[in-house]
Ligand binder design. Structure first.
Ligand code: NAP
Ligand code: ZN
Ligand code: ZN
Length: 338
C-alpha cells in the first residue's frame, strides 16, 4: 500500500450558500486509515482523508447567514445530503435515503468530482453542513469532536445512558476516550474494557470508574449480566459474545467500530436475556451542534497528540498498534506541503 504523500487539489469556487474555510486543525480518525487502505473496498483514488476539521472562515457567499469572515467553523463527516427525504428532514442526514455526501471519498453533489477531506489547507462547504465551534475551547483539542465526539455522544444519548446505569466502553482510542468522558458526564458508572494494561491509569483519569482487561476471562466473568449498555469502538476483528454475555436482561451493545470483517455471534448470547446488538453511524447536523455546545458548556475536549502533515504515516503506524493518546491532530498551518 502506497504511503500518503503531497498532491495538489482544486476546491470549487464558493457558491452563494458556501463558505471557504482555512483549515487550522484536522484530527486523524481510524476511518481515515480504513479508507486510505481501501479496507472497506470502496475507495476512489486519489483519496484525501480527514473529517475532523476546524478552521477560520476566509470567504462567505452572499446567501450565507450563519457565518462571517473571521469566524471559527467546524466540518465533520458530512458535507451534503438530499435534504428532502424523511431522514434529512429529521436532522439525521447521515442516513440520507438518497446517499449522504461524505466529506471525503463521496460523490460531490456540487461538482462532478469526488470529495476531498481535511488533510488539506482549505475546504469549501455549504454553510448548512458547517458547525459553530466555541472559541472558548482549545480548537486543536476540539477538532476530533467532529467525528470521535459525535460518534460516541449520539448512541449514548439514543440509548439514554445516565445516572444509575453501568455502562461499558470497549477500546481506549480516539472514539473510546470520548465515550468514557461523555458516559461519565451523563452520570453513568463507566467501565473501560481494554487490551492495553498500560492505559488503565489514563482511563481512570478520563472518567472511567473501573478498568477491565478484556483478555482476562476471570475478570470478564466477574461482570456477567451486569451492564445496561456497552459501546464497542474497536477498529479490528474481535469476538462479540464475551461482551454480550455481560449485558443485563434487555441490555444493548452498540457497535460503532467498523472492522472490515464479519463478526459471528452465538444466538444464545442474545436469546438468553433478550439482549440487543445494534449499530450507530456518526450523528446528524442538529445533534452534532448540540454535542459541540454541550462540550463548550462543560469544557469537554479530546486528549490530543499534535503532529504535522509529514508525520502522518508514522501516526497511522502507531494507531495500528493501539498507540495513540488519544487522538492525533494535524497542525495544518505548521505543516509543510512540499
Ligand atoms: P483508534 O483510535 O485506533 O482506537 C481503536 C482502539 O481499539 C484501540 O485503541 C484499541 O483499544 C482497540 N483495539 C485495536 N485493535 C484491537 C484488537 N485487535 N482487539 C481488541 N481491541 C483492539 O480508532 P478510532 O479512531 O477510535 O476508531 C475506532 C473504529 O471506529 C474504527 O473502526 C473506525 O473506522 C470506526 N468509526 C466508526 C464511526 C461510526 O460512525 N460508526 C465513526 C468513526 C469511526 P485498547 O488499546 O484500549 O484495547
Ligand atoms: Zn471518523
Ligand atoms: Zn436525504
Amino acid at each position: 500500500m502506497a504511503p500518503l504523500g503531497p498532491m495538489n487539489i482544486r476546491r470549487r469556487q464558493p457558491r452563494p450558500q458556501d463558505i471557504e474555510i482555512e483549515i487550522l486543525y484536522c484530527g486523524v480518525c481510524h476511518s481515515d486509515i480504513h479508507q486510505a487502505r481501501n479496507e472497506w473496498q470502496n475507495t476512489v483514488y486519489p483519496c484525501v482523508p480527514g473529517h475532523e476539521i476546524i478552521g477560520r472562515v476566509v470567504k462567505a457567499g452572499s446567501a450565507v447567514r450563519k457565518f462571517k469572515v473571521g469566524d471559527i467553523a467546524g466540518v465533520g463527516c458530512l458535507v451534503d445530503s438530499c435534504r428532502t427525504c424523511p431522514s434529512c428532514r429529521e436532522g439525521l442526514e447521515q442516513f440520507c435515503e438518497n446517499n449522504a455526501t461524505f466529506t471525503y471519498n463521496g460523490e460531490d453533489r456540487a461538482s462532478d468530482g469526488i470529495t476531498f477531506g481535511g488533510y488539506s489547507e482549505r475546504v469549501v462547504v455549504d454553510e448548512a453542513f458547517a458547525l459553530r465551534v466555541s472559541e472558548k475551547l482549545n480548537l486543536a483539542a476540539a477538532a476530533p469532536l467532529l467525528c470521535a465526539g459525535i460518534t460516541t455522544y449520539s448512541p449514548l444519548r439514543k440509548w439514554k445512558v445516565g445516572k444509575g446505569q453501568k455502562v461499558g466502553v470497549v477500546g481506549l482510542g480516539g472514539l473510546g476516550h470520548m465515550a468514557v468522558k461523555f458516559a461519565n458526564a451523563f452520570g453513568a458508572r463507566v467501565a473501560l474494557f481494554t487490551t492495553s494494561p498500560g492505559k488503565a491509569q489514563d482511563a481512570l483519569r478520563l472518567g472511567a470508574h473501573e478498568v477491565i482487561l478484556s483478555k482476562d476471562p476471570g475478570e470478564m466473568a466477574r461482570h456477567k449480566g451486569s451492564f445496561d449498555f456497552i459501546l464497542d469502538t474497536v477498529s479490528a476483528e474481535h469476538p462479540l459474545d464475551p461482551y454480550l454475555e455481560l449485558l443485563k436482561r434487555d441490555g444493548t451493545m452498540t457497535l460503532v467500530g467498523a472492522p472490515s470483517t464479519p463478526a459471528p455471534v452465538m444466538c444464545f448470547s442474545l436469546i438468553l436475556g433478550r439482549r440487543s446488538l445494534a449499530g450507530s453511524l456518526i450523528g446528524g447536523l442538529p445533534e452534532t451542534q448540540e454535542m459541540l455546545d454541550f462540550c463548550a458548556e462543560r469544557g469537554i475536549v479530546c486528549d490530543v497528540e499534535m503532529i504535522t502533515m509529514d508525520q502522518i504515516n508514522q501516526a497511522y503506524a502507531r494507531m495500528l498498534k493501539s498507540d495513540v493518546k488519544y487522538r492525533f491532530v494535524i497542525d495544518i498551518r505548521k505543516s509543510r506541503w512540499a
